[in-house]
Design a protein around this ligand. Structure first.
Ligand SMILES: [Zn+2]
Length: 265
């Protein structure tokens, strides 16, 4: 696919799309029903559906039984950390290796023509963006992800006798599942706006924006406060009536959305 059919390249080789980012029809006012109908398939495909499926896989097959979360067991916490980290390394690694190691797409559709590995800078641990991003993900983001997941599952483990089933309230849970991405976007918009306020930016958010030429591992390369705020969106599912499966979906939706950019499979 020729990227010049969709944008242009400057003298340095950086690519810019012809069309600027537009607002999704769901958020347009006054509503545009036809545009909304046309847009609906892209709401589900591909990643929304993939994260819903991964949450189901975790809930139905991969997580320890909910009863194991009633009393603290270190082995359960370790299991969660290893499961989350293995899956994340596999998923992020797939895009990282294809795009930045094998460079299967070359420089096509690349906003910044340089490779992230060329960005040697003192702002990164070991002066390397990729080492910094991977270490921050493994040492800061994944423990916090695991902590949030553990707290939510412990909460539900103590609700077991009265845990609502998906079948008892199909319409409510289906509607809640449908708006998980909307909840994510709204929450992300609000915390992102807040984190761009001068003092918060300097204290917390600048860590994330050190990666000015982001690769997949840049998504969770954040200050711990930002990781907690960002993945903490899943706590909504212990505040409103919900189900562990939907809490996992909310968490996966936030955590697995690596910066793949305009990746062409
Ligand atoms: Zn920002």
């Amino acid at each position: 696919m020729d990227d010049l059919a969709f944008g242009s390249r400057n003298k340095r080789g950086d690519w810019t799309p012809d069309e600027s980012a537009s607002t999704a029809p769901l958020f347009m006012f006054p509503p545009r029903p036809l545009a909304l109908l046309k847009w609906i398939p892209s709401y589900f495909l591909l990643f929304n559906l993939l994260f819903a499926a991964s949450a189901y896989l975790w809930w139905a097959y991969l997580l320890p039984d909910l009863s194991r979360f009633q009393d603290f067991e270190l082995i359960v916490v370790l299991q969660l950390y290893l499961l989350n980290t293995f899956a994340l390394m596999l998923f992020y690694g797939f895009f990282e290796i294809r795009l930045y190691v094998m460079q299967v797409q070359g420089q096509r559709f690349k906003f910044n023509v340089r490779c992230p590995s060329d960005n040697k800078s003192d702002v990164f641990w070991f002066k390397s963006q990729i080492i910094d991003n991977v270490l921050r993900t493994l040492l800061i983001a994944m423990p916090l992800w695991t902590f949030i997941q553990y707290v939510i599952l412990s909460f539900y483990a103590h609700q077991v006798p009265s845990l609502p089933t998906l079948i008892d309230h199909p319409i409510y849970f289906a509607a809640l599942a449908l708006i998980v991405p909307v909840i994510h976007e709204t929450h992300f918009y609000l915390i992102h706006r807040g984190l761009h306020w001068g003092p918060f930016y300097r204290l917390f958010h600048s860590v994330h924006h050190n990666s000015v030429n982001p690769s997949p591992f840049s998504l969770l390369s954040m200050h711990p406060v930002e990781v907690f705020l960002y993945l903490g969106v899943a706590f909504l599912h212990v505040i409103i009536p919900s189900h562990p499966l939907l809490a996992l979906y909310q968490l996966h939706y936030a955590g697995f959305r690596c910066n793949t950019g305009p990746y062409r499979i």
